[in-house]
Design a protein around this ligand. Sequence first.
Ligand code: URA
Length: 195
Amino acid sequence: MDSMDGLEVTGCTKCEELVESRSQIVNGAGPADADVLFVGEGPGANEDEQGAPFVGRSGSVLDAALADAGLERADVRITNCVRCRPPENRDPTKEELNNCRPYLEREVELVAPEVLVTLGKVPGEHLLGRSVAVTSETGDVERVELGGEPRDVLLCLHPAATLYDASQKEAFRETIEKAATMAGVEGGQSRLGEY
Ligand code: URA
């Protein structure tokens, strides 16, 4: 049965392989009326285990950048393009992305954020429907029809990119700050240097 209760997907069997590989469905987390909606690629091992998005190292990097920008995790909503962990952390396929798309569209419609922030190449390309060079396009905003209305989508690096390449930290921090500004939040103190 494929079903959604408000913002939560309560059951889904559309993707045969992901039904096998997941421990549970990982729904979005955060306020149902958040001004900022982050969209990641899909759950990894930690997320699959804990049932929440961005709870591993990438999540700690995101939390630090949020703090730099004067935000807390409790102020924002975080979700993913696909809600079930792909095997061996492979990228979700086009079919899997499309299967999960109605749930994301519904979440966007209900939350109606001021800005959507795509974390990484996969969500950037999925929402914009074109290829994205995320390193050079981080910080760019494009208006896209999502959840029944045109919405601002802010392209951003994946937080893990800053762990592999420290030179990306500044661009990541600046993009999160831009998201906060777009949502009307003033900046705070820098903590991203801790990672
Ligand atoms: N990376 C993602 O894209 N999503 C998560 O939830 C965690 C890591």
